[in-house]
Design a protein. Structure first.
Length: 140
């Protein structure tokens, strides 16, 4: 039983580190916040926007770690969940596209001719993991 808990702790920490590293890379390497303030002509509010992102990440982390619930009807929750999923997926795709992660990985593991298969395996793994989480794990 204790091995199960260590495994869950390991998976949780690894997932958190991966997501956190991706988020920090997205914000710093691509310069999202300075670009956002440039486009919206709100350069003088850059500190407020940065703190908004920090507090948003903290609030999201807090709500995901607690049993907080919003009692909203399904016809509101479904579009919100769909939009969130699309946003996260497109964000991850944009980050990997900009950083050229997949071509470098494919070259290093010598599967340049199989990059489409590699990407499809990642996509299908993400879909399978999401379905497992929402259909099985949530209902435990």
């Amino acid at each position: 039983m204790i091995i199960k808990y260590f495994f869950i702790i390991f998976i949780g920490l690894a997932s958190g580190l991966a997501v956190g590293a991706g988020f920090v890379a997205f914000l710093t390497v691509l310069g999202i916040i300075p670009r956002l303030t440039q486009l919206t002509k709100t350069r003088k509010y850059i500190h407020f926007i940065e703190w908004g992102v920090v507090f948003g990440a903290l609030a999201g982390g807090w709500f995901s770690l607690t049993d907080s619930m919003l009692s909203l009807p399904a016809f509101i929750i479904v579009p919100i969940g769909l939009a969130c999923g699309i946003y996260v997926g497109m964000l991850a795709a944009a980050l990997t596209e900009v950083l050229n992660v997949w071509p470098i990985l494919a070259k290093r593991i010598r599967v340049e001719d199989k990059i489409i298969t590699l990407l499809m395996a990642i996509v299908l793994g993400k879909v399978a993991g999401s379905l497992f989480h929402w259909l099985y794990y949530v209902n435990l």
